[in-house]
Design a protein around this ligand. Structure first.
Ligand SMILES: Cc1cc2nc3c(=O)[nH]c(=O)nc-3n(C[C@H](O)[C@H](O)[C@H](O)COP(=O)(O)OP(=O)(O)OC[C@H]3O[C@@H](n4cnc5c(N)ncnc54)[C@H](O)[C@@H]3O)c2cc1C
Length: 468
């Protein structure tokens, strides 16, 4: 392979499997400390869209398969495949914001925290994801299970257009009027994407100035009653409230009271994305209407927040430099049935950092609703899952076993997997189980049109596309 030819043609850098820095560059392609047992032939870090075109043309000419690397945050390290070329987009971080039109045009590798910060300067907001360091790139392509989901919908509903480089090395813009099929696919296709997205055009919203949080801590002894009450009250709350039920380790001040349950408890959080203080206080007060609220171990009401603080809190729950396994789906089952089935698993979790979370419906409609004009297919009244989070490699076996057991319990409750956070390496069937059969067929037809020779790796494993 004449790598120097590629080096001459691009402004960015080319690191091949025989270069001394390769191992470090490859490790940096995956946020999770559980690194995949896979290795590309070359990692091309691009400086601009023209570099993407050159890299794709070089790969096609030389028989290399291609995958894009956005932020490296897929839990199972999907930006690293066996052989072929990883096109690293991490230098594409620019944005322009139009306050009057409430739109933004962003390159793909801007983090949730940074996007919220940039938009906040213009009194605007976008449905960003929950964790601070996750980048827009794969998040938007997967659908985007965002903050304020019930009000704003999945992030891909607020994408107005996407600029991409296709397998034939052409730059195209996809929107409802240009390449509408590609635009449909790119809003939900996630890690199976068959073109490189280099820019997203976003619809933004007025910044909610009074983001407020109420948090309740409950003993796991009353889990069913608490979940039934909280989810019933959720239907009475306005859709600008994000309502979540966590099973996790108790904060230090409540550890003694939770000894019987191995130091674990149930935490209910309600985040109001309000525009006035009164609106936020009234929305959160609905959680005080139940009878179980009197049994809570502790509560913090109406705490002032903002996207920066929300990012901080999520960053603590899903810390950097840890080993992780994740499974995330949506469910039409009764939330208390799901959480009761998982109750003993959180008590027995080998790592105290592991967490189970399900977000619940508010606003008199299902929390996750899909639309015909996007590939994203999730639809249900609650979504969430389990995250095994630990530090030491010697604890891998125990945590893998735990996660497997949790997944086996959740499986019967699963309506659809979330393609952005399901472990398709462990079980490739989850790829198709993330879509309706009709949408899956349509997706594969569009893939065949735009990538007829299978230049892009597509989903990992034994799906239609990777068999090509
Ligand atoms: C701590 C943490 C918290 C998370 N929280 C949320 C959350 O709140 N909501 C949510 O929806 N998701 C969440 N996720 C999941 C995350 O959004 C997805 O895993 C997403 O795919 C990560 O994007 P990435 O650019 O980092 O992907 P990468 O790992 O870089 O890439 C993964 C795959 O995506 C495709 N891809 C990525 N970028 C491009 C591009 N520009 N063009 C073409 N293909 C591309 C490629 O096929 C690649 O194989 C979280 C993940 C982590 C680790």
């Amino acid at each position: 392979m004449n790598w120097d030819e590629l080096r001459k043609r691009i402004k960015g850098s080319v690191v091949t499997a025989t270069d001394p820095e390769f191992a470090a560059v490859k490790a940096a392609m995956v946020w999770n400390e559980v690194k995949p047992d896979r290795s590309p032939d070359v990692i091309v870090t691009v400086n601009n869209d023209d570099d993407v075109v050159e890299a794709i043309n070089f790969a096609r000419k030389n028989g290399l398969k291609v995958v894009a690397h956005g932020g490296g945050h897929t839990w199972c390290g999907l930006a690293v495949r066996n052989g072929g070329m990883t096109i690293d987009l991490s230098k594409l971080t620019e944005s322009t914001i139009d306050k009057a039109k409430r739109t933004a045009s962003i390159q793909p590798v801007i983090s949730n925290r940074e996007l919220a910060r940039r938009l906040g300067e213009y009194d605007l907001a976008f449905p960003i994801g929950h964790c601070p360091t996750v980048k827009a790139s794969g998040y938007l392509l997967s659908g985007g299970m965002s903050w304020n989901l019930s009000e704003w919908g999945p992030a891909c509903f607020s994408v107005l257009a996407i600029e991409l480089v296709t397998a034939d090395g052409k730059k195209v813009k996809a929107s409802t009027t240009e390449h509408p099929d590609l635009f449909w696919a790119a809003r939900g296709c996630g890690p199976g994407m068959f073109a490189v997205a280099t820019r997203f055009h976003l619809q933004c919203y007025p910044l909610p100035k009074f983001i407020m949080t109420s948090t309740y801590f409950y003993s796991l002894d009353h889990l069913r009653e608490v979940v039934d009450e909280v989810t019933a009250l959720g239907w009475k709350m306005p859709s600008m409230v994000e309502l979540s039920i966590f099973l996790l380790k108790a904060p230090p001040e409540l550890a003694d009271q939770c000894k019987k349950n191995n130091g674990k408890l149930c935490m209910v959080t309600a985040v109001a994305f309000a525009h006035t203080k009164e609106e936020g206080v009234a929305a959160l007060a609905i959680l005080e209407q139940g009878a179980m609220v009197k049994t809570c171990l502790a509560k913090n009401l109406n705490e002032a927040s903002n996207f920066e603080k929300l990012s901080d809190v999520s960053g603590v729950a899903w810390p950097e430099n840890h080993r992780n396994l994740c499974e995330n789906q949506c469910s039409k089952a009764k939330p208390s049935d799901i959480l009761m089935a998982l109750r003993d698993k959180i008590i027995d979790a080998p790592s105290a950092k592991s967490v189970i979370v399900f977000c619940q419906s508010t606003g008199q409609h299902n929390l996750v609703e899909t639309r015909e004009d996007v590939a994203f297919s999730m639809e249900a009244q609650s979504y969430g899952g389990s995250w095994a989070i630990w530090e030491k490699p010697e604890d891998d076996a125990a945590n893998l076993k735990w996660q497997d057991e949790v997944i086996a319990i959740i499986k019967p409750f699963t309506n659809k997997h979330y393609i952005g956070e399901t472990d398709i390496v462990q079980d490739n069937a989850r790829v198709q189980e993330s879509y309706t059969p009709e949408k899956w067929q349509k997706l594969e037809k569009i893939r065949a049109k735009y990538d007829p020779d299978g230049l892009f790796f597509g989903y990992l494993g034994g799906t239609v596309s990777s068999k090509r």
